[in-house]
Every structure is written in structure tokens, then in C-alpha cells.
Design a protein around this ligand. Structure first.
Ligand code: AMP
Length: 191
């Protein structure tokens, strides 16, 4: 079983690359952002709770996010492995994921961290806003906040996996195919 954490700032290309990795390695793709958005669309209690945080570009509280992620994993007992996209985003979430997977006698295989500079991120997010319909992509102030939240609360999660010798940094600038190739190499390098 391989469990990949796909990591990187907003606009790094996690969603696009997660789809490719999912197909190549036959994994189940869990994107916490996508799950929240579908709850907002469906008008669920979870969606109502998440919306104000997401619209402002802030993180949804850990307790809510962790509970949701665990129930999504539990709903797929036959999965051969998972790709976690946009989770964990805090050290508390990373620790919860470790103990949850340990309780299922599995673990995070590696974190793949896409690196992209800030200017490129802002350009990509504003471009994505033209088609994504996402309020949090359309406003430069909210984009700035998402990047600031990433640096303050999320970036330390990479260090958490580095200490476990599970961090692989991958250059996230280039064509989609080039970046996919780099990611496949990083996965296969694991052996
Ligand atoms: P994303 O689609 O990954 O860009 O996530 C969009 C938004 O959903 C984020 O800005 C957060 O408000 C929320 N979100 C997604 N994943 C998480 C997470 N792991 N922890 C807290 N909030 C999250």
C-alpha cells in the first residue's frame, strides 16, 4: 500500500498532478478542498461551517477537517492506497494522520512537495480564477492571505516529514508533463 501526501502552496498544481498520480499508481484521491467545496454545493452542515473560512482564505478548524478526512478514508476499505491532496495542512493534522494510519497498520509513504515561487503562484491563481469559479482565487487580497497562511501554518508540515526522512521536494515549475515525470521519478526512487 502506498500513501502519498501531495504538498505545496496554493496554485502549485496539486490538483492536476494528483489526478495523474492517482491514475498511474491506482490510488484513491482525497482532496480536502474538493470535499469541502462539494459540501458547500450540497448545502450540508459541514459545508455551511467551512464556507466562511474558505471564502476568507483561512484554514477550516483542525478538528472538523481531521474528522472529515478520517471518515473519507474509512469509506474506502478496499483502497490500495491514497493520495492526500491539501491535507495535512497543520502539524496537528499531520500527527492525527500518522496515528490514524498507524491504527490501520499502514503509514504515509512519502510527502511530495511541489516548489513554486510566489510570483508564479499569484499569476497561476488569478488565471485559474477565470475558469474555476472559486471566490478564493479571484481576489488578490485573499490569494495573499492564502499564501501567508500557507507559510505560517502549513509550511512547517514539510519539516515534520523531513524529520521522518519522508520529504521529497519536486520542482513545480515547467510543463504539466515535465512535472509529472519528476513526481513519478520521486515515487519510484522509493523502491
Ligand atoms: P484547496 O482546494 O486545497 O486550495 O483548499 C481550499 C480551502 O479549503 C483552503 O483555503 C481552506 O480554507 C480549506 N481547506 C482545504 N484543506 C484543508 C485542510 N487540510 N485544513 C484546513 N482547511 C482546509
Amino acid at each position: 500500500m502506498i500513501n502519498l501526501v501531495l504538498f505545496g502552496p496554493p496554485g502549485a498544481g496539486k490538483g492536476t498532478q494528483a489526478e495523474r498520480l492517482t491514475e498511474k499508481y491506482n490510488l484513491v484521491h482525497l482532496s480536502t478542498g474538493d470535499i469541502f467545496r462539494s459540501n458547500i454545493k450540497g448545502g450540508t452542515e459541514l459545508g455551511k461551517l467551512a464556507q466562511s473560512y474558505m471564502d476568507a482564505g483561512n484554514l477550516v478548524p483542525d478538528e472538523v477537517t481531521i474528522k472529515m478526512l478520517e471518515s473519507e478514508v474509512d469509506a474506502r476499505p478496499d483502497a490500495g492506497g491514497f493520495i492526500f491532496d491539501g491535507f495535512p495542512r497543520t502539524e496537528t493534522q499531520a500527527k492525527a494522520l500518522d496515528s490514524f494510519l498507524n491504527s490501520k497498520r499502514t503509514e504515509v509513504t512519502m510527502m511530495l512537495a511541489l516548489t513554486v515561487d510566489d510570483e508564479e503562484l499569484k499569476t497561476r491563481l488569478l488565471k485559474r480564477a477565470e475558469t474555476s469559479g472559486r471566490a478564493d482565487d479571484a481576489d488578490p487580497k485573499i490569494i495573499e492571505n492564502r499564501i501567508a497562511v500557507y507559510k505560517k501554518e502549513t509550511a512547517p508540515v514539510a519539516e515534520y516529514y523531513r524529520k521522518q526522512h519522508k520529504l521529497k521536494e519536486v520542482n513545480g515549475v515547467g510543463s504539466v508533463d515535465e512535472i509529472s515525470r519528476r513526481l513519478y521519478e520521486a515515487v519510484e526512487d522509493h523502491g
